[in-house]
Write a protein that binds this ligand. Structure first.
Ligand code: 3MF
Ligand code: MG
Length: 343
């Protein structure tokens, strides 16, 4: 039995399009996905605002509430919770050059309006978290935006969200690049710095995605540990990634099992989840996968995760202590390899 609770987003079962090819699988309706998520063993769903209200950018507040209540009924039917709402500003002609850091005042206003609507939806669904993946908050052409002014704009935007609702928690999901070239908030350290500068840093934390840390050239476990040490790891997106290429969102552990083990180890050791946090996945089915087994990457990620959790339970801390005392790190390292391969 795992000690964790798990979440997943509807976008994790996608149509398979990539930068060079069109969709290869048909769209699965939201209710069907939620039903399947619960059957696979997930406890909560991560949502973008437009997963709930498809044409949110042109909807009024009454329409938004009405459509949210439809999704709430589906969640209740399958005894699933909403983990968070994230404004999807990157698929939106109003915020093509970023939202909170756009050079256009009208775009910046739209971004804030969307963040407020995400907070309203979260309220309606009984969750207290919104996630900001700051997808286009940075530059394609370096000289096109003033970095200092725009990082201050990001801080001001978060302050407006904190002020708009006194209970909401804002989780920032850092990523160094893609779809933009250079992001203003590329790592967990940046997230923590930004949090500290807001009017209520106790409500601004982080969500760490494995692949994003690897894209930044950093170790995902240490990124997780940094946020944990500040008491601000409120979400994770576990997946895997083969080095600094395009964002791959591979099955958890499929690329680097030892690194995956250490992510679970640090989460277990620090009692992650004890305040209701979920282990979220952000994994994508391969483009080659047929529709009739298009949830396989979710089954596989959960299975790898639970097997690694068992390995963590078996980890011999006395042996570790002895190795550390003798400074025999070669022995400790082989012990970990042995645990993963034979143990
Ligand atoms: C992109 C991501 C995003 C975020 C999601 C929730 C589409 O690399 O990781 O997934 O996780 O928007 O914040
Ligand atoms: Mg993610």
């Amino acid at each position: 039995m795992s000690k964790f609770k798990f979440s997943v987003g509807p976008w994790n079962v996608h149509e398979g399009m990539d930068a060079f090819g069109p969709a290869v699988r048909k769209t699965i309706p939201l209710e069907e996905k939620i039903c399947k998520f619960s059957e696979i063993g997930f406890h909560a769903v991560q949502f973008h605002d437009d997963d709930i209200v498809s044409n949110i950018k042109d909807s009024d507040e009454a329409q938004i509430k009405e459509e949210t209540l439809i999704v709430k009924k589906i969640l209740d039917k399958y005894k699933m919770r909403a983990e968070f709402i994230a404004p999807r500003l990157w698929i939106n002609e109003y915020t093509d050059d970023g939202g909170f850091t756009s050079n256009s005042k009208k775009d910046r206003e739209h971004a804030i309006w969307r963040a407020f609507r995400s907070i309203d939806i979260a309220n309606e669904l009984g969750c207290d978290k919104i996630v900001l993946w700051l997808a286009r908050e940075g530059t394609l052409c370096y000289e096109s935006k003033d970095p200092v002014k725009n990082i201050i704009r990001l801080k001001d935007a978060i302050n407006e969200m904190l002020d708009y609702n006194k209970k909401i928690k804002v989780l920032i999901e850092p990523k160094p690049n893609e779809p933009i070239d250079r992001s203003f908030i590329p790592t967990m350290g940046h997230v923590m710095g930004l949090s500290a500068a807001t009017i209520d840093s106790s409500r601004v934390g982080g969500l760490l995605e494995t692949a994003h840390a690897i894209l930044a050239g950093l170790d995902p476990t240490n990124e997780i540990a940094f946020a944990l040490s500040m008491g601000k790891l409120w979400g994770v997106h576990l997946n895997d990634q083969n080095g600094a290429r395009y964002d791959q969102d591979k099955t958890f552990g499929a690329e680097n099992l030892r690194q995956a083990f250490n992510q679970i180890k640090v989460l277990v050791e620090n009692n992650y989840g004890s305040n209701g946090e979920y282990i979220g996945l952000d994994v994508k089915a391969m483009r080659t996968q047929k529709i009739d087994d298009c949830y396989r990457h979710l089954y596989n990620s959960l299975e790898v995760l639970k097997l690694l959790e068992e390995k963590v339970q078996k980890f011999d801390y006395d042996f570790q202590k002895k190795c550390i005392k003798k400074r025999n790190y070669e022995k400790l390292e082989m012990y970990v390899m042995d645990l993963l391969m034979r143990g």
